[in-house]
Design a protein around this ligand. Structure first.
Ligand SMILES: NC(=O)c1ccc[n+]([C@@H]2O[C@H](COP(=O)([O-])OP(=O)(O)OC[C@H]3O[C@@H](n4cnc5c(N)ncnc54)[C@H](O)[C@@H]3O)[C@@H](O)[C@H]2O)c1
Length: 267
């Protein structure tokens, strides 16, 4: 994948969920494009591995995105260490799945706090510190599930729909601070979060049958559009949701080709 070298030269970015998957890919690419990066996660070992790979211009800060004091400390660490905050990527997330008829309230709270409350806490503290510099951009990672429900995923899908609306509200309120806020809605991405689907050929085939691109994404394919939204190339993109799903969202109708026959035009 080609990188526009230097697109984030001199910029400071923070990434939550940086120890793994999509967050790690975003942190790596920001760093490769010149940014100083504060990576945060509860997975300290994963942060250490990332720190060894990136070297200078990277600072790890352990913290839980559902705890406001932790979030404030992460943001302060970026500003104190690197001298400001220009971009933030709110990526940390996860899911305790369960059918609505079985789901414990505690598991609902876990998932909604991790996916939605965390983004509220992050954007609040990020914008407070960015606002003093009068410029910045925030990218929140939601999900295709913001638009599409899934069995045993009510808490997750509801929280991700909330992230999309929270993004719009933040765009409305932060525009006067010079801060843009957008969301990325990934489809299926191969990460530790989705490992179990890739370890089960039948489950993977069921997913892929719905995805016109015929495959899942790699984390870098989510990082690239996330960086676009953060960059000056997207200077007039604000309050938007970018689906990055291999056309999965448009594939709701069954594949009727077996019933219709092949295309007749042969070039
Ligand atoms: N993988 C997919 O198919 C997919 C699809 C759509 C959306 N997403 C979203 O993308 C984001 C990243 O997911 P991923 O697939 O890279 O998963 P991942 O499990 O690889 O990474 C998630 C990271 O978040 C961290 N984390 C979990 N709880 C935390 C907490 N309380 N505080 C701080 N960090 C915490 C984990 O330690 C982990 O490093 C999530 O918000 C997820 O919902 C993923």
């Amino acid at each position: 994948m080609t990188h526009s070298k230097g697109r984030f030269d001199g910029k400071v970015a923070m990434v939550t969920g940086a120890a793994s998957g999509i967050g790690r890919a975003i942190a790596e690419r920001l760093h490769a494009e010149g940014a100083s990066v504060l990576g945060s996660d509860v997975n300290v070992e994963g942060l250490d591995t990332l720190g060894e790979a990136l070297g200078d211009r990277f600072l790890a800060r352990a913290g839980d995105v559902t705890v406001e004091a932790d979030v404030a400390l992460m943001v302060d660490a970026a500003v104190d260490h690197f001298g400001g905050l220009h971009h933030a990527f709110n990526v940390a997330g996860g899911n305790r799945a369960g059918y609505l008829l079985d789901l414990e309230a505690e598991d609902w709270d876990f998932t909604v706090d991790l996916c939605l409350k965390s983004v509220f806490l992050c954007i609040k503290h990020q914008a407070r510190r960015m606002g003093t510099g009068k410029a910045g951009s925030i990218v929140n990672i939601a999900s295709l599930n913001a638009h599409v429900p899934m069995h045993a995923g009510a808490a997750y899908a509801t929280a991700k729909a909330g992230v999309e609306m929270l993004t719009k509200n933040a765009a409305l309120e932060f525009a006067e601070l010079g801060i843009r806020v957008n969301a990325v809605l990934p489809g299926l991405v191969e990460t530790p979060l989705t490992r179990r689907h890739f370890d089960n050929p039948d489950a993977l085939a069921a997913f892929v049958a719905r995805i016109p691109e015929g495959r899942a994404a790699q984390p870098g394919e989510i990082a690239a559009p996330a960086l676009f939204l953060a960059s000056d190339d997207a200077s007039y993109v604000n309050g938007s949701s970018l689906l990055v799903d291999g056309a999965w969202a448009v594939s709701g109708y069954p594949d009727m080709r077996p019933f219709r026959g092949p295309v007749k035009w042969n070039g």
